[in-house]
Design a binder for this molecule. Structure first.
Ligand code: MN
Length: 152
C-alpha cells in the first residue's frame, strides 16, 4: 500500500482511498438528475485552478441537462452510455474524449443496463449551471434525435 502524499491507490477499481463519495449536486431542489455520485480526485489544493472529478451514473440514470460559461473535458473510464452536447447525441466508449464548449447544452446518460463512470475536468472558479426553460426544452426537442435522448 502506498503512503505517499503524491500517490493515491484504489481499494477496488474507481474507488480511490480516502476519496469521499459525494452527492452529485447539493442544492438541486428540482432533482434534475438521477442516480449520480461525484468524487473530487484533484481539487483546488492540487492543481493550478483546475479540478478533476469522477462521476458515476447508475444504469438508467442521467446528469442534469444544463449549460454554463465554463467548459468540460470528459473521459469515460467505466461502463457504457451516451451524451448530448449541443445538438449532437454521441455514443460513449471508454477512453473517448468529449469536449463540452461554453454555453452548449449537455447531459450524460448511462446505458439502461450498465453504469457509466467518467472523469470531468473543470476550472475551480466557475459559473453556476443554467437549466433550460420550457421554450428552450421544446426547441431542443424539435430535433427527434435530441428528443429521444432527453426523454424526461
Ligand atoms: Mn455541466
Amino acid at each position: 500500500m502506498s503512503t505517499s502524499k503524491f500517490h493515491v491507490t484504489q481499494d477496488e477499481p474507481h474507488r480511490w482511498r480516502n476519496v469521499e463519495e459525494l452527492v452529485y449536486k447539493d442544492e438541486d431542489g428540482a432533482a434534475t438528475f438521477k442516480d449520480v455520485t461525484r468524487r473530487i480526485l484533484f481539487g483546488e489544493d492540487h492543481q493550478d485552478g483546475m479540478e478533476v472529478r469522477y462521476f458515476e451514473v447508475d444504469a438508467g440514470g442521467h446528469t442534469t441537462l444544463e449549460k454554463h460559461e465554463h467548459t468540460h473535458l470528459v473521459i469515460p473510464i467505466k461502463g457504457k452510455g451516451s451524451c448530448l452536447v449541443g445538438d449532437e447525441v454521441l455514443p460513449l466508449a471508454i477512453h473517448d474524449l468529449v469536449y463540452v464548449p461554453s454555453w452548449a447544452w449537455h447531459q450524460f446518460r448511462a446505458a439502461e443496463s450498465e453504469v457509466l463512470g467518467f472523469l470531468c475536468m473543470v476550472k475551480v472558479d466557475r459559473d453556476r449551471p443554467t437549466l433550460p426553460t420550457a421554450e428552450e426544452l421544446a426547441e431542443m426537442k424539435s430535433n427527434p434525435e435530441v428528443a429521444a435522448f432527453i426523454r424526461h
